[in-house]
Write a protein that binds this ligand. Structure first.
Ligand code: 3HC
Length: 312
C-alpha cells in the first residue's frame, strides 16, 4: 500500500540516509534538531565563560596562548552550530533571545564556578573529554549539515582535551604538594557535573527514543556516560589523581567500571536555572547581546540592502 511521506523518511534515515536542508523532513524532526543544535551552540558560547575568567591570570605565556586558542575555538563552534540551526529555518536572534529568557537550555556543566587555575586543566580533561565522546558520535548523525560541522569541531575538541590532560599531568608531576591538592580539589568538584553532561539516565530521557529512531542520537546517554567513566578511570591513574567515587571499581564480567550515579536532583535544579552560576552566565550573554545590538542591526540593514540590490 502507498507509504506516507513520514514512513518513507523514517525508512530512509533508518537505513543510514543523510538528510540535507533541501530535503523534505517531518516538522517534528526539524523541531527536535533546532532544539538540540541550538542548545549545543548555546553550550559552546556559554562554555567560553568559565575559562575566560582565567585568560588574564594564566601562569605562563604558553598557557595563556593555549587558552586563548581554545576559547576562540569555542566561539567558532557556536557559530558553526548556529549556522546549522539556520539551515533548518531558525533565526539566530530568536535562538539567542530564547537562551537569555531561559526558554532554551545549555550544558548544565557551565553553571559551576572555575575557582582555581587547576580548573582550566580539569575542564579540558573532563568537560571537553565528555563533550568529544558525545560529539564524535554526532559525526554520524542523520542531518548532513550537523554531521559535517561535527567533523571540524571534533578535531579542535581533541586539542582541547589533550591540552587539559597535559596541563594536569605536568602540574601533578612537576608541581608542589599544594598544586597537587589543588588539582585533586578541582577534580572533586568537576567529576559529578561532567557525568551529568551526558543527560539524565536513559529511563528519564524523553527525547532519546525518537532521536535514536531518526538517527539524530547514535548512542544513548548511559552508554556514553559509561564509556566516559571507563576512559577517565584509566587516565586518572596516569596523572596520579583519584576519582572521587569510593565505589568506582573495574568489573571484569561487564568489562566496565562500576560507578556512582551523580545527584540527579541537583541536575534538575541546575537545568531549572537554580545552579550556582546560571544567573551570572545569562547576565553575561544578555549584556553581550545588548552591547552589540548595533552590529546586529547593521548586519540586518546590509542584508536587506543586498536583498534589494539582488532583486534589482
Ligand atoms: N545540560 C542541560 N540540559 C540537559 C543536559 C545537560 N547536560 N542533558 C540533558 N538535558 C536536557 C535536554 O536538553 C532535554 O531537555 P529539552 O527537551 O528541553 O531539550 C532534557 O534534559 C532531557 O534530556 P534528553 O536525554 O531527553 O535530551 P537529548 O536527547 O537532547 O540528550 C544531549 C541530551 C545528550 C545533551 C543531546 O542533546 C546532545 O547530544 N546534544 C549535543 C551535544 C551537546 O549539546 N553537548 C553539550 C556540551 S558541548 C560542550 O561542552 C563543548 C565544549 O567544548 C564547551
Amino acid at each position: 500500500q502507498i507509504q506516507s511521506k513520514e514512513d518513507v523518511f523514517d525508512a530512509y534515515v533508518a537505513h543510514g540516509g543523510r538528510v540535507e536542508a533541501s530535503h523534505w523532513m517531518p516538522d517534528a524532526y526539524r523541531k527536535t534538531l533546532i532544539r538540540q543544535v541550538s542548545q549545543h551552540a548555546h553550550s559552546e558560547i556559554v562554555g567560553m565563560l568559565p575559562e575566560a575568567n582565567w585568560l588574564i591570570s594564566a601562569p605562563s605565556l604558553e598557557r595563556k596562548q593555549i587558552l586563548i586558542a581554545k576559547v576562540q575555538d569555542e566561539a567558532g563552534h557556536g557559530l558553526y552550530l548556529y549556522s546549522v540551526a539556520e539551515t533548518l529555518g531558525a533565526k539566530r536572534k530568536d535562538l539567542t533571545d530564547a537562551l537569555i529568557d531561559g526558554r532554551a537550555k545549555y550544558s548544565s556543566v557551565f553553571n559551576y564556578p572555575s575557582l582555581t587555575w587547576a580548573d582550566v586543566g580539569t575542564i579540558g580533561w573532563l568537560v571537553d573529554g565528555a563533550a568529544i565522546l558525545n560529539q564524535v558520535t554526532l559525526c554520524e548523525t542523520s542531518y548532513g549539515p550537523y554531521a559535517r560541522a561535527m567533523i571540524r569541531i571534533c578535531r579542535e575538541e581533541s586539542f582541547h582535551q589533550r591540552q587539559g590532560f597535559e596541563a594536569l599531568y605536568r602540574m601533578f608531576a612537576e608541581g608542589t604538594d599544594a598544586q597537587r591538592s589543588m588539582i585533586q580539589d578541582s577534580i572533586n568538584r568537576w567529576w559529578a557535573p561532567s557525568l551529568m553532561m551526558f543527560g539524565p539516565p536513559d529511563t528519564d530521557s524523553n527525547n532519546s527514543a525518537q532521536s535514536m529512531k531518526w538517527g539524530i542520537k547514535i548512542k544513548t546517554n548511559d552508554t556514553l556516560r559509561q564509556e566516559f567513566v571507563n576512559t577517565i578511570a584509566k587516565q586518572s591513574r596516569i596523572i596520579g589523581v583519584t576519582i572521587p567515587d569510593p565505589s568506582l571499581k573495574w568489573c571484569p564480567v561487564s568489562g566496565n567500571y562500576v560507578f556512582t550515579q551523580p545527584d540527579w536532583e541537583e541536575f534538575y535544579e541546575v537545568i531549572g536555572g537554580r545552579g550556582m552560576c546560571n544567573q551570572d552566565r545569562l547576565e553575561n550573554i544578555r549584556r553581550a547581546r545588548d552591547d552589540n545590538e548595533w552590529v546586529m542591526d547593521a548586519a540586518e540593514k546590509y542584508e536587506a540592502q543586498q536583498g534589494n540590490y539582488a532583486a534589482g
